[in-house]
Ligand binder design. Structure first.
Ligand code: ACO
Length: 332
């Protein structure tokens, strides 16, 4: 019979661009204010990547830190999963990170599920470890959405920031710390949040036309997404907790995708989780898409807030629409 392997999350790392843009700075080119942004979202500033900073460079830096913390050499990594919606190359950017790290034994691929990408990536990584196929997986969440934001649209441009975070997930004979998960998608609501390709007909010869064009900037129906998240995210967390055989009271930390402080507060309230258990750093970074959960996790681990053995309920949500939760214990 197949022997299922235990899983441990053994290291974390993060990296953000050095350029810091405060809410007041944005009011120089769109009609907005620190008061509006902070009161509606909790965001005070964000990091934005200059043109010469690539997604791969941020992701590589975050990965090195995660591997260092785990005490794992790059050559020991079996698989690299890069959760991103803004790769440097549409064919995939994970291999460039694999090369930069010198992770010569690792297979590498991109995974796209927008702001759910990191949680979907954790679940994907866990399957490879569980079955014994791989022992060590490097999971990265990274996005540079500043490339795709319409900087004249104040409804969206104030929300996003750039960054990368990474974790190391390993097989663990001493116990299983990946406790349960739930993933969901609803493509009927896809139009609420898009970064869509817009083809224009390009005739190659009579009777043969292909579509060529560009991706359009991010569009979001904020109120629709807000309503959906506040209803659906508590449900997947409850389901993942049920699968983990845990109750809400046994959660040490709620770690949600950092989209909006009001969403964090509303989800915590619905679940009956007190404020002091809710991890939040969006005031500093805004919404960094697939990077937001691992950046917040890494900061909390390095500050000593999250301790080995703590139970973390994490959930991602966003474009697709997609949403999902993963419950895990931090550390070996
Ligand atoms: N500055 C000043 N005023 C603004 C701004 C701004 N930056 N943006 C919008 N406004 C104005 C609007 O024009 C509107 O004015 P009007 O009434 O005169 O037309 C008013 O403020 C209210 O606008 P709403 O869009 O209704 O604002 P709302 O309270 O819904 O807040 C927000 C917007 C913050 C985006 C909220 O809807 C939200 O957080 N939604 C969820 C977003 C989310 O979680 N996304 C997650 C996934 S992201 C991903 O997957 C990539």
């Amino acid at each position: 019979m197949l022997q299922l392997s235990g899983i441990a999350i053994t290291g974390s790392g993060s990296a953000v661009p050095s350029v810091c843009v405060k809410n007041e700075d944005l009011s120089q080119f769109v009609e907005t204010s620190d008061e509006w942004i902070a009161s509606r979202t909790g965001i005070r500033q964000r990091r934005l990547a200059p043109p010469d900073q690539s997604l791969c460079s941020l992701a590589t830096e975050a990965s090195r830190r995660a591997l260092d913390m785990a005490g794992v050499a790059a050559s020991e990594v079996d698989l690299i999963i890069l959760a991103t919606s803004s790769p440097d190359d549409l064919f995939g950017s994970a291999s460039q990170i694999q090369a930069a790290l010198g992770a010569t034994q690792a297979a590498a691929f991109d995974l796209t599920a927008a702001c759910s990408g990191f949680v979907f990536g954790m679940v994907t990584a866990a399957q490879y470890i569980r079955t014994g196929a791989y022992q060590t997986v490097l999971l990265i969440g990274a996005d540079v959405l500043s490339r795709w934001v319409d900087w004249t649209d104040r409804r969206t441009c104030v929300l996003f920031g750039d960054g990368a975070g990474a974790i190391v997930m390993q097989s663990n004979s001493a116990g299983d710390h990946f406790l349960g998960f739930e993933m969901r998608s609803d493509g009927t609501q896809h139009d609420c949040l898009t970064l869509a390709f817009q083809p224009t007909p390009h005739e190659l010869m009579a009777g043969l036309t292909v579509g060529q064009g560009q991706f359009q900037p991010i569009y979001m129906n904020g109120q629709e997404v807000y309503r959906f998240v506040v209803k659906k995210v508590p449900e997947v967390i409850e389901k993942a907790l049920f699968r983990s055989n845990l109750t809400v009271e046994q959660i040490d930390w709620l770690l949600l995708h950092q989209a909006n402080q009001r969403i964090l507060d509303a989800v915590a309230q619905r679940l009956g989780i007190p404020d002091h258990k809710v991890l939040s750093n969006m005031a500093q970074y805004g919404n960094t898409d697939a990077a937001s959960i691992p950046i917040a996790l890494d900061e909390s681990v390095r500050s000593g807030q999250v301790k080995p053995g703590d139970v973390i309920a994490s959930a991602g949500f966003g474009a697709g629409l997609t949403w999902g939760a993963a419950i895990f214990r931090w550390g070996r």
